[in-house]
Write a protein that binds this ligand. Structure first.
Ligand SMILES: *Cc1c(COP(=O)(O)O)cnc(C)c1O
Length: 380
C-alpha cells in the first residue's frame, strides 16, 4: 500500500515505524455492526485523528465498508472529514462553541448540542431561516460533562417554541462506566435515558459507545458510536478483548550493550541491574507516544517490548527519544543493530502496556507521535 504524503524520507531515516491496518478497522466495524439488530445503525467515533490512526484513511475505509455516520469532537475535525467524505453524516460531539454555527451550516456538519444555550442558539438559526437544521441534542444522564440536565431536556423538547422550528436528528447520552458493565451506573443511565426520551421515541436515539455495544441490545437504540473497539482497543476491563489489533509500533535498535551487576540504567538511576544485563537501546521515546510512566524502577516493573516471541522488559526511565530494553534472555541474532522491535501491536496489547503506565489504551493510541514513519498496510 502507498505511504501517506507525510512520509517524506526513506524508511531508514526514521527511528521507528507505525503501521496501521485500515482493513482491520473495517473488520472491527463489521464485527460490531453484526451484533446490532435491524433498528440500529453502527456509526464510528473517529475523533482525535481516529484515535491516532489517521482520520482520513480510517474515514475512507469505514465509508467503503458501509459506515455512514461519523462522530468527531471539534468542528475543525469535522470540516477536515467533510473534505474526505462529502456524503457522510458528521456529528461534532463538542457542540456549538461560540462562533462556530456558520461553519456547521456551511459544511453540513451536525453539532451535538450540549447545553440550553446551544439549543437556543440553534433554534434561533432554524427560526430565522424557516428550516430545521440537523443537530443532535445531548442529555446528561449522570456523567456531568456535556448535555442538558434531564429537566432542561424535558422542558426544552416539550416547548413548541423549540420543537417547532427545530426537530433534532438524534437524541443522545453518554455512559460513564461502560468499561465496567457490572457498575450500577450503567443501568441507572439506561433507565433515565429511556425515560426522558420516551416522549420522543420517534426520533433516533443513541447511548452506546464501544462498551455499550458489547453490553448488549438494551443499550443499542438506533445509533451506536463505537470508538476504541474499532481500533482494536479494550472497551471492557478484565474480559477477553474480541477485537482485532489495527496498529503496530516498531522501533529500531541503535546499540546493544552490557551493563554490569549493580550499575544503574537511565535518568535518575532508578533501575539497578540485579545481574549482569544485556541491553538494547531503541529509537522511540515519550516524544513518540511511548508514555514515560511505563518506565521501571527498582520498586516497580515497567512495560515491555516483544522480539520474535521473546519478552524484553523496559529498563529505567523512558527518555524523550529512546528506551532501554532488557534483552539478556533474547537470542543474540534477534537483537542486531538496526533491527525492528515491536513496542506495541498484535503481541504487545496497548491495554497491557497501559496497565504499567496507570492509564488506558485510549491514551496510548492518541499519543502516538508523528515522528515515526507511518505506513498503511496489513499487520503481518
Ligand atoms: C469518544 C466517545 C465515544 C466513543 O467511545 P469509545 O469508548 O471509544 O467507544 C462515544 N460517544 C461519545 C460522546 C464520546 O465522547
Amino acid at each position: 500500500m502507498s505511504a501517506p504524503p507525510e512520509n517524506r524520507f526513506p524508511s531508514d531515516l526514521y527511528g521507528g515505524r507505525l503501521t496501521i491496518d485500515v482493513d482491520a478497522v473495517s473488520q472491527n466495524w463489521r464485527f460490531l455492526n453484526d451484533r446490532l439488530n435491524g433498528n440500529s445503525e453502527c456509526a464510528a467515533a473517529i475523533k482525535a485523528d481516529a484515535y491516532g490512526t489517521g482520520q482520513r484513511e480510517v474515514g475512507q475505509a469505514l465509508f467503503a465498508a458501509g459506515c455512514r455516520t461519523f462522530f468527531v469532537a471539534v468542528p475543525a475535525e469535522a470540516v477536515a472529514l467533510r473534505q474526505v467524505l462529502p456524503d457522510a453524516i458528521i456529528y461534532a460531539l463538542n457542540g456549538l462553541l461560540p462562533g462556530t454555527s456558520g461553519a456547521y451550516l456551511e459544511h453540513d456538519i451536525r453539532p451535538v448540542l450540549g447545553s440550553l444555550a446551544e439549543v437556543e442558539e440553534w433554534t434561533g438559526l432554524c427560526k430565522a431561516s424557516g428550516r430545521s437544521f440537523d443537530a443532535a441534542v445531548h442529555v446528561d444522564t449522570g456523567i456531568h460533562r456535556l448535555g442538558l440536565s434531564p429537566e432542561e431536556f424535558t422542558r426544552s423538547l416539550g416547548d413548541p417554541g423549540v420543537m417547532g422550528p427545530f426537530v433534532p436528528s438524534l437524541l443522545m447520552s453518554h455512559l460513564a462506566c461502560g468499561s465496567t458493565p457490572a457498575h450500577e451506573m450503567n443501568r441507572r443511565q439506561l433507565d433515565l435515558f429511556r425515560d426522558v426520551t420516551a416522549p420522543h421515541a420517534h426520533l433516533p436515539r443513541s447511548l452506546a459507545n464501544s462498551a455499550g455495544v458489547l453490553m448488549g441490545g438494551d443499550y443499542h437504540f438506533n445509533v451506536v458510536r463505537p470508538g476504541i473497539s474499532l481500533y482494536g482497543g479494550q472497551a471492557i476491563e478484565d474480559e477477553p478483548n474480541p477485537m482485532t489489533p489495527v496498529a503496530k509500533v516498531e522501533a529500531r535498535i541503535m546499540i546493544v550493550r552490557d551493563v554490569p551487576e549493580g550499575d544503574t540504567i537511565g535518568y535518575g538511576a532508578l533501575h539497578t541491574a540485579k545481574r549482569p544485563l544485556r541491553n538494547a537501546v531503541v529509537a522511540a521515546g515519550y516524544a513518540d507516544g511511548m508514555l514515560r510512566r511505563a518506565g521501571s524502577t527498582d520498586e516497580r516493573p515497567g512495560g515491555f517490548a516483544m522480539i520474535a516471541g521473546h519478552k524484553a522488559p523496559i529498563l529505567g526511565r523512558i527518555s524523550m527519544d529512546m528506551i532501554t530494553l532488557d534483552v539478556t534472555d533474547v537470542p543474540e541474532h534477534l537483537v542486531e543493530r538496526g533491527a525492528y522491535v515491536e513496542m506495541m501491536g498484535p503481541n504487545v496489547a496497548a491495554a497491557d502496556l497501559a496497565a504499567y503506565a496507570d492509564t488506558i489504551d485510549y491514551e496510548y493510541l492518541t499519543s502516538l507521535g508523528r515522528r515515526f514513519e507511518r505506513v498503511y498496510a496489513p499487520l503481518t
